[in-house]
Design a protein around this ligand. Structure first.
Ligand SMILES: [Zn+2]
Length: 163
């Protein structure tokens, strides 16, 4: 039985594309709930990254294992038109590497979250690792050093009076 209206079905079909996919939404909801703020599908950056966190200088790519050719159980080159598919996956992977390098050269950390890492049994651990890594990156990029205990004030360098 199919109870979807044509609009719902269209919405459902279009969400199968690369934008607003379910794995990406899992990551976005987690980040938002944990206080990370981000922009999505940023067209001004190479590869239109899924999620961009400016404060952490980080982009997060949520990759489907099939299209991005992840070396995991979920990815298998189809047994028909094998050459076509092999070519396609190689091109996809080459494009991914090019995009990651460009983002890196622009000063971004590039974190890849694979679809298979968001399977229910692994999801929690993956998302916690993601949060931990983002916190680490934030500290690295902001050079947060603990203030020495007891140092409440700093003196400015002596400035010679004008004569
Ligand atoms: Zn995978």
């Amino acid at each position: 039985m199919d109870k979807m209206t044509p609009e719902q079905r269209h919405h459902c079909m279009s969400s199968i594309g690369s934008r607003n996919t379910r794995p990406e939404m899992i990551v976005r909801r987690w980040l938002w709930r944990h206080g990370f703020r981000y922009r999505v599908s940023v067209k001004s950056l190479p590869g239109t990254p899924d999620i961009v966190l400016r404060r952490q200088s980080t982009v997060i790519m949520v990759n489907g294992c099939f299209w991005h050719g992840h070396d995991c159980g979920k990815f298998r080159i189809p047994s028909t038109n094998t050459d076509f598919w092999r070519n396609k996956f190689e091109r996809n992977q080459a494009r991914d590497r090019r995009v990651y390098k460009q983002l890196h050269d622009l000063g971004y950390y590039v974190l890849v979250v694979w679809e298979c890492q968001l399977a229910p049994a692994r999801r929690q651990a993956t998302l916690q690792a993601l949060s931990a890594r983002l916190a680490e990156i934030y500290l690295d990029t902001h050079q947060a050093k603990p203030r020495p205990y007891g140092d409440y004030e700093e003196s400015l360098p002596a400035i010679a009076a004008e004569t």
